[in-house]
Design a protein around this ligand. Structure first.
Ligand SMILES: Nc1nc2c(ncn2[C@@H]2O[C@H](COP(=O)(O)OP(=O)(O)OP(=O)(O)O)[C@@H](O)[C@H]2O)c(=O)[nH]1
Ligand SMILES: [Ca+2]
Length: 510
């Protein structure tokens, strides 16, 4: 067939289709542009909060930040600074109460540097005091009040928004520690697939919390459905649209410093001349303690008696088994008025799920190289590691760890043994569920501890109901818009090609 040289004339319908095709392409481009600009995340408006953890051994100041527009979402608050206050905990200022507040100045200055000045007036600052102040309050209420007044005066003088300085209860300490780790682990997230999977799991999907301080220790977890006993041990939370029945107990005087004092106060009863062979210290280690210091607190005052000597002279023996037996006496397992107990007649429901163990649980186990998540160490291996460490003479241990404070180093043998006794004899962890204890210091950039949970609660950042969330993230939304627009353009073009082929194609001319 002959090919003519003249161009075929475009019909009106084809012209209209071409214009329509062009317009739909333009519309698709506009759609993409609008989607991208409309949904661009807003410039970040960061908010800050400060919590001071006034513990028995020392005070830590934490600075947290979060994006203002997302403050009700779970997992957005993070720790941006921790400042360790020099010197003792605030309860250590009972003889010079006016100095408690000024001791915090250095860390408050640090917070002023970290937080932009225009945000200072709106940044809340909270101080929570724990077991050291609980003990001081029992021993000398007026001194405890004076310490808190001094602390309040200093915090009010800082450029932040002072929200309170008070002694928190052991229950709060346990509960906020549990909220912190589950918030950071994302256990409260209940959307999409996680929500679906959670409905399949009948067991608790939160992690328990184990906190070991200097003066008290807490255990908090969600047990399996069981009949309630000991009503004071339970807390009910509704978080992100879900109900939680949480068991918690705080043991005052069972922090590791007070536990050591109690052991020494008890062992002292059998000493005739003020000297003591102690299996929980290394062979060759010696320490002298003022007896008046030992008995000057409610944890040991019951053991107080008139002694013909004013100092206790300790010599280490380095015997793990003996040490373990001597610590075991601190846990009274004889009476239990409930279906199950930990010790001292305190109710403990059957242990359930994973546990995050932090503070001194972590410091001690980390020193002993027993915190590996990749290859968790079995309970019998943990015991033999502590045993071998205790058996090392002080003359060998001291030079091997020059960089570690002598106070900490000399007590790792006692502390490791105490942790094993508390977990194995006290709470009755077994070979099987031992591996479900995760010794951890931080989750992401935030320390595990009660402070974050405390701030989340006081700033109402944990809603009872799940906040309405857009079904798609910004990225997925834009991606989907682009994809739809491309499909739209392709369909229009394809339709045009199929139904309105140029005449030459329809006639098979190539
Ligand atoms: N090895 C080691 N021990 C530490 C460290 N920091 C604190 N400790 C000790 O570990 C124990 C627990 O410390 P914290 O968790 O800070 O206790 P706290 O908050 O002061 O005490 P509570 O008020 O009972 O909670 C105390 O005996 C501290 O002296 C550390 O960095 N390394
Ligand atoms: Ca603490």
């Amino acid at each position: 067939m002959a090919v003519t040289g003249t161009k075929p004339k475009m019909s009106w319908t084809r012209k209209i289709l071409l214009i329509l095709g062009f317009l739909s392409t333009l519309a698709a481009i506009a759609l993409i542009a609008v989607a991208v600009t409309q949904n661009k995340p807003l410039r970040k408006n960061i908010k800050y909060g400060i919590v001071l953890d006034a513990g028995s051994s020392h005070t830590n100041l934490y600075v947290y930040d979060w994006p203002a527009e997302k403050e009700n979402n779970t997992g957005v608050v993070q720790q941006v600074e921790v400042c360790k206050v020099e010197g003792s905990g605030i309860s250590g200022y009972s003889q010079a109460t006016e100095k408690a507040g000024p001791s915090l100045m250095q860390c408050l200055r640090r917070a002023e540097e970290v937080i932009p000045p225009n945000q200072h007036p709106e940044t809340p600052v909270y101080l929570g005091a724990t077991a050291g102040m609980r003990l001081l309050s029992l021993e000398d209420k007026s001194a405890a009040d004076k310490v808190l007044s001094s602390v309040e005066k200093t915090l009010r003088s800082a450029p932040f928004n002072f929200q309170g300085a008070r002694i928190i209860s052991g229950q709060e300490e346990g509960a906020y520690g549990w909220i912190t780790i589950n918030y950071l682990l994302g256990s409260f997230k209940q959307s999409g697939w996680t929500k679906f999977l959670h409905t399949l799991k009948s067991v608790s999907e939160t992690s328990g919390a184990l906190d070991l301080g200097g003066a008290s220790t807490q255990i908090t977890f969600v047990p399996d459905e069981i009949p309630y006993e000991s009503p004071e041990s339970w807390l009910h939370f509704r978080l992100y649209g879900k109900d939680y029945k949480v068991y918690t107990h705080s043991f005052l005087c069972y922090g590791k410093d007070q536990a050591l004092k109690r052991k020494l106060a008890r062992d002292l009863q059998t000493s005739e001349n003020g000297s003591l062979l102690d299996p929980c210290f290394h062979r060759g280690y010696q320490r002298t303690i003022n007896i008046s210091d030992l008995f000057r607190n409610p944890c040991t005052s019951a053991e107080k008696k008139q002694l013909p000597f004013s100092q206790l002279y300790i010599q280490g023996e380095g015997d793990y088994q003996k040490c373990r037996r001597s610590i075991q006496n601190l846990f009274n397992k004889t009476d239990c008025p409930y279906s199950s107990c930990s010790f001292n007649g305190i109710y403990l429901p059957p242990l359930q799920g994973d546990f995050g163990a932090f503070s001194a649980f972590y410091f001690v186990m980390n020193f002993l190289n027993l915190t590996s998540e990749k290859s968790p160490v079995a309970l019998d291996k943990v015991a033999s590691a502590v045993q071998s460490f205790c058996a090392r003479p002080w003359q060998e241990v001291k030079p091997a760890y020059r960089q570690i404070k002598e106070k900490y180093l000399s007590e790792y043998c006692f502390s490791g043994t105490y942790i094993l006794s508390l977990l194995q004899n006290g709470y009755e962890f077994t070979e099987e569920n031992w591996q479900r204890i995760h010794f951890l210091e931080k989750i992401g950039s935030s320390d595990a501890g009660w402070t974050l949970g405390y701030m989340l609660n006081l700033t109402n950042m944990i809603p009872a109901e799940e906040p309405a969330m857009p079904p798609l993230s910004h990225g997925s939304y834009v991606g989907l818009m682009v994809l739809c627009s491309l499909v739209l353009v392709s369909v229009v073009l394809l339709a045009w090609l199929l139904f309105h082929k140029p005449k030459c194609l329809q006639k098979g001319i190539v």
